[in-house]
Design a protein around this ligand. Structure first.
Ligand code: PRP
Ligand code: URA
Length: 209
């Protein structure tokens, strides 16, 4: 069974409350999503392996630790996942970035795929799939399926707000993928929106609608 990590750091929770507020405009919303993503990247990378190297400080020779192991890849689910890329890259600037284009059909709530471009060595990377919202879980599950079909083996999923339904679905369909979330909300409404959530993440990020 995959693990669910709720990142309840006070800074993350404070900024999350600000983006939930319907009065928060696109500019501030974008900035806050980037800041929350940076803070989440700090927690998501907590288990990266380290190795010892010999260095020389201005004072003495020393054994120091640097990150080792697989290289990283960040995969935003378009559109709204794009809002999380820059914050993550601030902490892990050498990561390659792939893109998966999916939108949720408003009637059926089923994901519709329209784009997929991943790093060519995706099977050798530790991948972090990002999308602010995990509602029914249809989009995230489809993205993870696609990435696995391309050979990926080591994947984490990071979102800002999840519904219990989405968490259950991801755990059922991708039990090898750990989930990192800033908040798990109450439920979905009849239109498949997370309650209380923050509304449509893509529209709020890009000022559409
Ligand atoms: C939103 C969100 C997720 C999806 C979540 O994207 O960014 O990708 O909905 O819903 P689900 O868990 O029920 O699949 P949307 O379909 O609105 O597309 P957009 O990012 O292009 O606006
Ligand atoms: N997609 C969003 O952007 N928001 C929701 O609440 C559900 C799906």
């Amino acid at each position: 069974m995959s693990r669910v990590h709720v990142l309840d750091h006070p800074l993350i929770q404070h900024k999350l409350s600000l983006i939930r507020d319907k009065e928060t405009g696109a500019k501030e919303f974008r900035e806050l999503v980037a800041e929350i993503s940076l803070l989440m990247a700090y927690e998501v990378t907590r288990d990266l392996p380290l190795k010892e190297v010999e260095i020389e400080t201005p004072v003495a020779k020393a054994t120091a630790k640097v990150i080792s192991g697989k290289k990283l890849g960040i995969i935003p689910i378009l559109r709204a996942g794009l809002g999380m890329v820059d914050g993550m890259l601030k902490l892990i600037p050498a990561a390659k970035v792939g893109h998966i284009g999916l939108y949720r059909d408003p009637e059926t709530l089923e994901p519709v795929g329209y784009y997929c471009k991943l790093p060519s060595d995706v099977e050798e990377r530790e991948l972090i799939v990002i999308d602010p919202m995990l509602a029914t879980g249809g989009s995230a599950s489809a993205a993870l399926r696609l990435i696995k079909e391309k050979g990926a083996r080591s994947i984490k999923f990071v979102c800002l707000i999840a519904a219990p339904e989405g968490i259950e679905r991801l755990q059922r369909e991708h039990d090898d993928v750990d989930i990192y979330v800033a908040a798990i909300d109450k439920c979905l409404n009849e239109h498949g929106y997370i309650v209380p959530g923050l509304g449509d993440a893509g529209d709020r990020l890009f000022g559409t609608k």
